[in-house]
Design a binder for this molecule. Structure first.
Ligand SMILES: Nc1ncnc2c1ncn2[C@@H]1O[C@H](COP(=O)(O)OP(=O)(O)OP(=O)(O)O)[C@@H](O)[C@H]1O
Ligand SMILES: [Mg+2]
Length: 496
């Protein structure tokens, strides 16, 4: 029998206007990986922040090793052996890896009270080698990939001798190979007797890693299962609270004439001779493994980054562009993959964020028509099921997935001909996925052409008309979706 290290009972937490957690309970054993799942805004991150002392519960008990404790802030949580890797990396980008690992518990030469760099770097190097890291402890944090930064966060957790490690959607920004590394590291933590709480919207993560899974819905505890004894259908039902009959909504539009073409696009070191086209009312899926160069191609097409040769034509006209402003003026829209870095003004309300990309539509007699702004924002927020008290809520108070929905809504207010969506449903829950698919169908029915970058096979097969596969910066295959299979796509995506 594994022993229970953490128990949470009757936890309740309200923010102005929402009960984020309503009498939930949870327990974690040492040497266990316990997955926590639920829709966007279900209360998962809030729950984690109570364990790590960021938030205080309004009521309820937290027991460590069977004893009730009060956690007085993050440092107290750290001292009690609790560590978290948050949904959005929270490092100090200008400091070194070692400094990040030992931030707050630096190693000092006791006599002189100064930082003992040698000891710190040595200890950091040791932790990194335990985790098989392929970078140096003196590297500057900001130069590392997100996956590497996560490894630093885990090293930091180990440096504080954490017995409870919480990971909030760690796999969302990772490639499949990086996920494998994280799985291995997480398994290693479990072998050491650490208890891990793992939050993810991906079923694959849960089946690969977790021993148990608990579902929250609308701030309430729904149920817990041994992962071996529960199937995906039962979990979706628990999370969403109703049957999802049609995950990929049906579309009746047939594609029309070609409106957008990329021909022989190359950028040395990134991609070579990439060609594809999109028709009106068509969804073209651009797929491949993470790192195949899809995002780089989209950035070049949109004018974020330059390209060396090739042509981009919209409605038969050569765009010859390398500027985002020109793309927008021509009617090309772009939903970037890295959504939090671009796009949202966190301290602004939802409505203002949504209208920002098409302000001219909301201007009347030189003033912003707030009523129109609010009603447009309200409609889109409702369509996408943004969980908020009202469109006047600050974006910073929304859950991670709901912030993403606001970015999608923002894109939809502008008038576009072609929209590039880079991983449009990453980080959003199952119910919201279907809502986003429905909106994509509405857009193609209006004659938009959509380029959807996606690594999720069911989404690629379920939503597109045609599929272009990339590998190592080149196009390796193109299929009509009706002739495509997962196996054919994977074969084209992987190196033989
Ligand atoms: N600081 C805050 N102020 C006001 N409301 C908040 C705050 N933090 C969270 N909330 C609200 O609490 C609810 C739960 O949010 P939480 O971030 O815990 O969701 P989540 O389950 O982590 O969702 P996701 O999967 O999208 O990350 C949401 O309605 C959110 O808007
Ligand atoms: Mg969250």
């Amino acid at each position: 029998m594994l022993e229970t290290i953490l128990e949470m009972q009757h936890i309740t937490k309200s923010f102005p206007g929402v009960k984020a957690l309503d009498d939930v309970h949870f327990d974690l054993k040492s040497g266990e990986i316990h997955a926590l799942m639920g829709e966007n805004g279900a209360g998962k991150s809030t729950f984690i922040k109570i364990i790590t002392g960021v938030h205080r519960p309004d009521s309820g008990d937290l027991l460590l090793d069977g004893k009730p404790v009060d956690i007085n802030g993050p440092l107290d949580a750290q001292a009690r052996g609790i560590a978290a890797i948050y949904q959005h990396v929270t490092c100090f980008p200008d400091l070194s890896v070692a400094e990040n690992i030992f931030m707050g518990h630096e190693k000092v030469v006791s006599a002189a009270k100064r930082i003992d760099w040698r000891a710190m770097n040595q200890a950091a190097a040791e932790l990194l080698s335990q985790l098989d890291a392929n970078f140096d402890c003196r590297a500057v944090m900001g130069t590392l990939s997100v996956a590497q930064q996560q490894i630093v966060e885990i090293a930091k957790a180990l440096s504080t001798n954490a017995r409870i490690i919480i990971m909030d959607e760690p796999t969302a920004p990772l490639s499949s190979r990086e996920c494998e590394d994280l799985y291995r590291i997480t398994e290693g933590l479990k072998q050491k007797g650490v208890g891990v709480i793992f939050i993810s919207h991906r079923f694959e993560d849960m089946y690969r890693l977790a021993d148990r899974v608990t579902v929250f819905r609308d701030g309430k505890y729904i149920n817990s299962w041994n992962v071996k004894e529960v199937d995906e259908h039962a979990l979706v039902l628990a999370m969403v609270g109703r049957e999802i009959v049609q995950f990929f909504p049906k579309r009746d539009t047939a594609p029309g004439e070609e409106i957008f073409r990329v021909e022989g696009l190359s950028r040395t070191g990134f991609f070579k001779d990439v060609s594809f086209s999109v028709r009106k009312g068509e969804i073209l899926a651009l797929t491949g493994l993470v790192g195949a160069g899809r995002t780089e191609v989209c950035e070049a097409v949109y004018g974020v980054t330059p390209y060396d040769s090739g042509t981009i034509t919209l409605g038969g006209k050569d765009l010859q562009h390398t500027a985002v402003s020109k793309s927008i003026a021509c009617g090309i829209g772009y939903l970037p993959e890295d959504r939090l870095k671009q796009g949202l003004v966190l301290r602004w309300e939802i409505a203002k964020n949504i209208s920002l990309s098409a302000l001219e539509k909301f201007i009347r007699n030189g003033w912003i028509d707030r009523d129109k702004e609010n009603s447009t924002a309200g409609e889109l927020a409702e369509k996408l099921k943004v969980k908020a008290v009202s469109v006047h809520d600050k974006v910073s108070t929304l859950s991670g997935g709901n912030q993403q929905k606001v970015i999608v809504a923002k894109l939809l207010t502008a008038d576009m001909k072609v929209i590039i969506l880079d991983e449009p449903t990453k980080g959003v829950d199952v119910g919201a996925k279907t809502a986003i698919y429905t909106i994509m169908n509405d857009l193609v029915a209006m004659g938009y052409g959509i380029i959807m970058v996606s690594s999720e096979m069911p989404e690629v097969l379920g939503m597109s008309n045609r599929i272009v596969v990339m590998r190592d910066g080149r196009v390796t295959a193109e299929f009509e979706t009706k002739n495509a299979t997962q196996e054919k796509i994977l074969r084209a995506a992987m190196r033989e």
